[in-house]
Design a protein. Structure first.
Lengths: 282, 252
């Protein structure tokens, strides 16, 4: 009887510990959100999205250039990271055990773990230095290189979740292998792949390090791909280390906007995930 | 028997070093149902999947001898696997409709293989669903997802999907083993009606089912074709002792 009581007590203790741990796991995010709202919410106004930064000493102004810049950088990164990542993921999933597949899988895991500052320095070495100036293109390519392994691995995992019976069904209907891969396997895995893509975008949207030596940031309005371009994380960084209170307020607001963008993308990803294998009528 | 829809001549098959079939000789006449019976692992599914070469993708698989479809060796160098699978439909043990609409599932083959569009495609879809005895149950919801159908309906949808390619031969790998008796009966009735148009080869673990639906029955054991005969003869008067032992339930 006492053994039973001891086990029950142990159960309660362990349960409490995991409960505390799970609360602690969410605490940082809640704390950050609360703090950002407190510091930044008052500065976020319609102007923040539509106006350019004002000079020091002038109140108001916004980060329209940085928001547009971030969107352009995400666009470039996506144009590189999505096709390459999805293609590589499809290859890895279909050729599970080949020597090339094993190598690619390992290298993409290594690339995934590469500190982003290293990627930034490489991008500077090969995409900035030879051309003599910082550019949106270099920043976008650096972010794209970060996206590739993320998208590759999620694509591979999502494709592996497609039941083999569907592959057999398509092959048995006389579909060539390439068509089976495209129209059945990729099509079925699509919601999962979209989720993976959104998560990857959310991840790179907030990256600062790869942009420091590539996109560099820009105080002026610029959408030219060959010129330095503003980005939210860079603008936040520049404003946060400045000595001016107005700029500090802008940095808080920028951080709030950035985190909301990332949250919205993550929510969208969850929504798409829930629709997986669901009632698509297409 | 006049001619054959499917035939095997001294057909052996290996998965790597493991020989799964030993010199199988069998003839499936046109417009008939051939049931393949035998204990698990006896090679009957391997043989079924050799007919439309679904085993090709397995690494280390090889064969000797030939499988003839309408007199032509399906393993001949000039044989196009894609063409072959248009002519030989297959239905699997676990129904596997695509996560698409009912219509799109059936239209899947003809849309690409026969390049049908519009009205012609509609006609093929309707005809195939009627042949699979599913039309009346789904005609009002063709655009809904196939995954909302019951198990038995999904399996009949898979049959309709295979029929839409207008095959000469239909292969079924334990099509009713996961279905309830009512759904099983519908499938069996359906097979009986279909055999006026094509040859059917069905793998089954259910001896009563083999007895009910098939014209011929082949008993496989340890990769050998032990005996193949008219179903009535094989069940009532088997030549081989092993066949008798299996059908009377003494092993397997």
């Amino acid at each position: 009887m006492s053994a039973l009581r001891r086990r029950k007590a142990g159960n309660i203790v362990m349960l409490s510990l995991t409960y505390v741990a799970s609360v602690l796991a969410t605490l940082p995010l809640l704390f950050i959100l609360f703090h950002l709202l407190q510091k930044g919410a008052s500065t976020v106004s319609p102007d923040f999205f539509t106006h350019m930064p004002r000079p020091v000493g002038e109140a108001g102004g916004g980060m329209s250039n940085a928001i547009v810049g971030t969107l352009i950088l995400i666009g470039i990164a996506g144009a590189i990271g999505l096709p390459v990542g999805i293609g590589a993921g499809l290859y890895l999933a279909e050729k599970r055990t080949g020597a090339l597949a094993m190598t690619v899988r390992f290298l993409s895991d290594v690339l995934n773990g590469l500190p982003s500052i290293v990627l930034g320095i490489f991008a500077w070495q090969f995409l900035v230095r030879p051309f003599g100036n910082f550019s949106a293109l270099a920043g976008g390519i650096a972010l794209g290189a970060m996206m590739i392994p993320l998208v590759t691995r999620t694509t591979e995992e999502m494709i592996r979740l497609v039941p083999n019976s569907l592959r057999e069904a398509a092959l048995a209907l006389g579909y060539p292998r390439w068509r089976t891969s495209l129209s059945v396997i990729l099509r079925t895995a699509l919601p999962g792949i979209v989720t993976g893509a959104l998560v990857a975008i959310a991840r790179i949207a907030g990256e600062t390090a790869p942009l420091l030596f590539t996109a560099f940031g820009n105080q002026f309005w610029s959408t030219a791909l060959r010129e330095p371009i503003a980005a939210l994380p860079l603008q936040i960084f520049a404003y946060a280390i400045s000595p001016y209170d107005e700029w500090h307020a802008q940095a808080w607001a920028g951080a709030l906007v950035l985190i909301v963008i990332v949250l919205v993308i993550s929510l969208a990803a969850r929504h798409v995930t829930r629709a997986r294998f669901g009632s698509s009528t297409d | 028997m006049t001619g054959s829809a499917v035939a095997a001549r001294d057909f052996s098959f290996w998965y790597g070093k493991n020989q799964a079939l030993h010199g199988v000789n069998i003839t499936v006449p046109p417009r008939s149902i051939m049931a393949l019976i035998g204990p698990s692992g006896c090679g009957k599914s391997t043989f079924l999947r050799s007919i439309n070469r679904m085993n090709d993708t397995i690494p280390g698989a090889r064969h000797e001898g030939s499988v003839l479809l309408g007199g032509k060796d399906v393993y001949a160098p000039g044989m196009d696997v894609v063409r072959l699978r248009h002519r030989v439909g297959m239905v699997f043990q676990r129904w596997n409709p695509f996560p698409k609409s009912i219509y799109d599932n059936v239209a899947y083959g003809p849309r690409i293989n026969l390049r049908l569009r519009g009205r012609e495609l509609d006609d093929v879809v309707e005809r195939s669903l009627r042949r699979a005895a599913l039309w009346d149950e789904v005609k009002d919801r063709l655009s809904e997802t196939a995954l909302g159908l019951s198990g038995g309906q999904q399996q009949r949808l898979c049959i309709a999907r295979a029929l839409a390619n207008q095959p000469d031969v239909l292969l079924l790998d334990e099509p009713a083993s996961a279905l309830d008796p009512g759904a099983t009966q519908k499938i069996e009735q359906l097979l009986f009606e279909l055999k006026s148009e094509l040859a059917i080869v069905i793998v089954t673990h259910n001896l009563q089912q083999a007895g009910r639906v098939s014209d011929y029955t082949a008993f496989f054991y340890l990769g050998h074709l032990v005996e193949c005969d008219a179903t009535g003869t094989l069940f009532t008067n088997p030549r081989e002792a092993r066949t008798e032992a299996y059908i009377t339930g003494r092993f397997g």
